[in-house]
Design a protein around this ligand. Structure first.
Ligand code: 5AD
Ligand code: SF4
Length: 471
């Protein structure tokens, strides 16, 4: 049948997402085990990957697919992978290996792997050699080509690897199926030019490029009109937004423009690199109610020596200047950060400086990672004498310090009233919601409230989660 279809089609006339999707809707329906072809898209890693998966799902929907979480029910399985740390990659390898038996039971199943891992040549090669049941491998620069690649692998019945093609172009108008109905991501830029010495992202996501402000504004308007209440602007370093545009536009002015749109919504953004954060941005946050009083501002290490080795382009003094200015301007500011423990050459004294910075800033929460060497990055070649077990001890020490800080902050919120966005219902009947500061508050209430803003008085603090009651 595949060959028959292939003969009937003139592929030379085809280049667009919609054309291939239309053809695939017949093919996938024919191959499906049930009435409707079922797709499973599993996302590993960061919000950028979540946003990419929403595009994959948008295209799959256009091909007539429905979605499942059950591997045994799927006609097509896509793993959108993450390369940020070795642990993330190991999980993918393990989970792909486990698909072998499913493919054996259902030979018509199509298995595709995409995302950051696939942009690394050695990984793509290993996947191709080790997992013959994987039909399609494509990198982050090929998302817009997904329908075409899928069409080729099915109709020509051969395995495809498509990667390493950073054309620097932003492909707009890819169909998107967002996971949430009231919380959503809005990508404002792609790629990264910073080359922090530990980080694989610039190698797998290519050079920084910003979307045109008009396109972003339209997408924001569409999201607000569709009922989105919590919108997060996404980029590897949002503070350098606009540098690749012909028109001069800063992130601060883009954020202000979106915050000035009509509608009842709130705005967040991530990630902010301290080296590019301007006072203008802090002033914009301070002067717009719709922009959350929350900044995710990764400092990575409290030691100037390590920050230099990381190629971060700021020191502790500059970081604290930003923090102090932001705290002064933005009432109840909530700061969160990423931290790496055990960077090559880091001593216990360097680590103590990270601890002292955490205590000085008093973060709401932290994303903490033990250094993981990434092939091709400068840090992977640096001398790294501290054993992993020792780094793990430092890591635990850090978590303990942060727990106390978070508990103190939560304690200080008791008896106060906050406007929260209700997100979901727990099995015990309680609702889960989030404050502007990005802190979770649980309270009793009806499921009808999901997706709405409510005022909740905090009654109790339990470590980093609050309990409250509807006002
Ligand atoms: N090892 C450990 N953590 C890393 N991160 C990025 N690369 C590595 C690595 N090689 C962390 C940084 C970054 C976050 C997204 O992941 O803290 O901000
Ligand atoms: Fe990686 Fe640094 Fe770019 Fe963030 S800014 S994605 S840590 S290279």
């Amino acid at each position: 049948m595949d060959n028959q279809l292939n003969q009937n089609l003139n592929t030379a006339d085809l280049n667009g997402i919609h054309e291939y999707s239309e053809l695939l809707s017949d093919i996938l329906k024919f191959r499906a085990r049930g009435e409707v072809p079922m797709a499973l898209v599993r996302t590993y890693g960061c919000q950028q990957n979540v946003a990419d998966s929403e595009k994959l799902k948008g295209m799959l929907k256009e091909m007539g697919c429905d979605f499942t979480e059950d591997e045994n029910e799927a006609d097509i399985i896509i793993f959108n992978t993450c390369a940020i740390r070795e642990h993330a990659e190991d999980r993918v390898f393990g989970n792909v290996g486990a698909l072998k038996n499913i493919k054996r039971r259902h030979p018509s199943l199509i298995i595709a792997l995409c995302g950051c891992m696939m942009e690394q040549e050695h990984i793509a090669e290993r996947i191709y050699k080790s997992f013959s049941f994987v039909s399609l491998v494509f990198g982050t620069h090929e998302i817009h080509n997904f329908p075409k690649l899928l069409y080729s692998t099915i109709t020509e019945n051969h395995r495809i690897v498509a990667r390493g093609n950073d054309d620097g172009i932003i492909h707009e108008n890819i169909p998107t199926l967002r996971d949430g109905t009231f919380k959503g991501w809005l990508s404002i830029m792609y790629g990264c030019n910073n080359f922090c010495t530990y980080c694989i992202v610039p190698y797998v996501r290519g050079r920084e490029r910003s979307r045109e402000p008009e396109v972003i504004m339209q997408e924001a308007r569409d999201m607000i009109a569709a009922g989105y209440k919590d919108i997060t602007l996404l980029g590897q370093n949002v503070n350098s937004y606009g540098k690749t545009l012909e028109s001069k536009k800063t992130f601060a002015s883009l954020l202000a423009d979106i915050a000035e749109l009509d509608g009842d919504f709130r705005l967040r953004f991530m990630t902010s690199h301290p080296k590019d954060l301007s006072n203008e941005l802090i002033d914009v946050i301070a002067s717009h109610d719709k922009i959350c009083n929350h900044i995710h501002l990764p400092f990575q290490s409290g030691s100037d020596r390590i920050l230099k080795l990381m190629n971060r382009h700021y020191d502790r003094k500059r970081y604290m200047e930003i923090v102090n200015y932001a705290k002064e301007k933005i009432p109840n500011l909530s700061l969160t950060s990423d931290i790496i423990v055990g960077f090559p050459g880091e001593t216990y004294e360097d680590f103590q400086q990270t601890l002292s910075l955490i205590k000085e800033v008093e973060y709401t929460s932290l994303f903490t990672f033990i250094f993981s060497p990434r092939v091709g990055t400068p840090a992977a070649k640096m001398d790294d004498p501290i054993p992993y077990e020792e780094k793990s001890k430092w890591f635990s020490e850090l978590l303990k310090v942060q727990e106390e800080i978070a508990a103190k902050r939560c304690e200080s919120m008791v008896s106060k009233t906050y406007r929260v966005l209700v997100e979901s219902a727990k099995p015990n009947g309680e609702l889960t919601s989030r404050t502007e500061e990005n802190i979770i508050v649980e309270f009793e209430g009806s499921e009808d409230l999901i997706g709405t803003f409510q005022n909740v008085e905090v009654t109790k603090a339990r470590n980093w989660i609050l309990k409250g009651k509807l006002v």
